[in-house]
Design a protein around this ligand. Structure first.
Ligand code: ZN
Length: 149
């Protein structure tokens, strides 16, 4: 079997390659984001005034408890004994998304990406993306109502 000379094989394998912006977008996904930074950003947005028990409202103190809270781990309220995490009672309470997926999802939806393209980049089903789009649109309406008064 005869083969034709491929120009690519003539290039030294040690020669540095390039990539296009389209390559970067095609490969992009939540794994490109820093998980710790995303988690911290989301949790600080959810709890701007600090840490309070979602059951009795007691302020949570103590390095161990606060560390567990900001790390997304479960803790108990010393006042009422309720078990909770930083997501308990928030709009992300039953979310199956990682923090990087959530941040990327919000970013892509706001940037005008379609549900299909967002689903591909976040590695989710388009129906899941559709649900998040509705959720974020509802939150946007609530925010505008709050700021209108
Ligand atoms: Zn409590």
């Amino acid at each position: 079997m005869e083969t034709t000379e491929n120009t690519a094989t003539a290039i030294n394998p040690g020669t540095p390659a390039t990539f296009t912006a389209a390559d970067a977008l095609a490969a992009f996904g939540p794994e490109f984001l820093d998980a710790g930074f995303c988690q911290d950003w989301v949790l600080r947005r959810l709890h701007p005034a600090g840490v309070f028990c979602p059951g009795c409202g007691a302020a949570i103190e103590g390095d161990n408890r606060l560390q567990r809270f900001w790390n997304g781990l479960r803790l108990t309220c010393p006042a009422c004994g309720k078990f909770f995490t930083a997501l308990t009672g928030t709009f992300l309470a039953r979310s199956q998304q990682s923090f990087t997926e959530l941040v990327l999802l919000a970013f892509l939806l706001e940037a005008g990406f379609s549900n299909t393209e967002t689903a591909r980049l976040v590695r989710n089903h388009p129906n899941t993306v559709r649900m998040w789009r509705l959720k974020f649109e509802t939150l946007k309406e609530v925010e505008s109502l709050i700021h209108a008064h």
